[in-house]
Design a protein around this ligand. Structure first.
Ligand code: UDP
Length: 327
């Protein structure tokens, strides 16, 4: 049994991770400010004796974070600004949350012994890479500061630097995970994420909004697989000081994705192409493709994603239809 402290514990990934860790007999203390996380996500844990929650903000914490983390073995820092839409519309909040929040968490984590700290980073740090596979060791090329979407990548990259510096100085035992497109039941489409958005549109009989020409591709990973990878890395001493991509290698264009969603929902919706400048803002830069090299995590832990895109789509449909998706 391990004691985990999860920031962003009421968020999409945080709540799936909590479910998994509790089911494995671990203890979880979670923190969230409910900005994008929701009380519904944590409601199922309220009667679990190994679970405790407190509402607080990592940017302006009211409680003593170090004291709250004191008895924990592992800290998983997921609290962050999420979603391209939110990032594009509010880069100030993105930068503050991701930079100041991580600083507070790392400083607090360092106070009572050298603890393992996992920080959630993102495939966005690969920026404009045109590599077929994105590797943890690649050099990174991020766009200009005038394009607000890159504020997310830059702030997360700074988190990675901060974690590594803390790790090197010996204050924490740091591990970075770079999440690629992670989806599943409970994810909201409110902040841009394509699968919940398109599924909701299909179920409502509305046009599915495909941005750009729809030929951009992504690899979608089920959040249950993502949570399993995080737990494996949390318990692996050899992950110390390293960076790991977590994602699927099963690529699909967004146009094909939209067609698949129409098929799975049995919807009579049509597909509508929306120019990026209308969907986001003028000058918006999307990534044409994005696929992780996952050999680092696979070789260390044996992890591979198990759930297919069909299962992911069905789980998301199940969640929106009746809230009873299979995990
Ligand atoms: N996208 C889309 N329609 C939507 C939302 C997103 O076509 O309603 C596209 C988006 O432009 C991107 C892809 O779907 O090319 C994945 O978007 P998401 O925001 O889920 O993740 P990203 O890969 O951009 O971080």
């Amino acid at each position: 049994m391990k004691k985990y402290f999860i920031t962003g514990g009421a968020g999409f990934i945080g709540s799936h991770l909590t479910r998994r860790l509790l089911a494995g007999g671990n203890k979880v203390t979670a923190l969230d400010n409910f900005s994008t996380g929701s009380p519904d996500n944590i409601a199922p844990f309220s009667r679990e004796e190994n679970y405790s929650f407190f509402e607080d903000d990592v940017v302006t914490p009211e409680q003593d974070l170090a004291l709250a983390m004191k008895d924990c073995d592992v800290i998983i820092h997921l609290a962050a600004a999420v979603g391209v839409e939110l990032v594009v519309n509010d880069p100030m909040r993105t930068i503050k949350t991701n930079v100041a929040g991580t600083e507070h968490v790392l400083d607090a984590a360092a106070k009572y012994g050298r603890k393992r700290v996992i920080i959630a980073s993102t495939s966005e740090v690969y920026g404009k890479s045109t590599q077929k596979l994105f590797r943890e060791t690649d050099d990174l090329l991020i766009g200009q500061p005038i394009h607000s979407r890159w504020s997310y990548a830059c702030s997360k990259l700074l988190d990675e630097f901060y974690l590594f510096a803390s790790h090197q100085s010996g204050t924490v035992d740091g591990v970075t995970v770079r999440f690629f497109n992670t989806v599943g039941p409970g994810q909201t489409g409110r902040y841009g994420m394509v699968i919940p958005r398109l599924v909701k549109q299909a179920l409502a009989g509305k046009a599915l909004t495909v941005y750009g020409d729809g030929n951009q591709s992504r690899c979608f990973c089920h959040v249950a697989d993502t949570a399993r990878a995080v737990e494996l890395l949390a318990g692996n001493p050899e992950a110390s000081g390293k960076i790991f991509n977590i994602g699927s290698q099963n690529s699909i264009t967004i146009m094909e994705l939209a067609k698949k969603i129409i098929q799975h929902t049995g919807s009579s919706s049509v597909i509508e192409l929306i120019p990026y400048e209308k969907a986001y803002q003028p000058g918006f830069e999307d990534m044409r493709r994005r696929m992780p090299d996952i050999s680092a995590v696979s070789q260390l832990t044996g992890w591979h994603p198990e759930k297919s895109l069909d299962e992911i789509i069905d789980d998301v449909i199940g969640h929106f239809r009746n809230g009873t998706a299979e995990y």
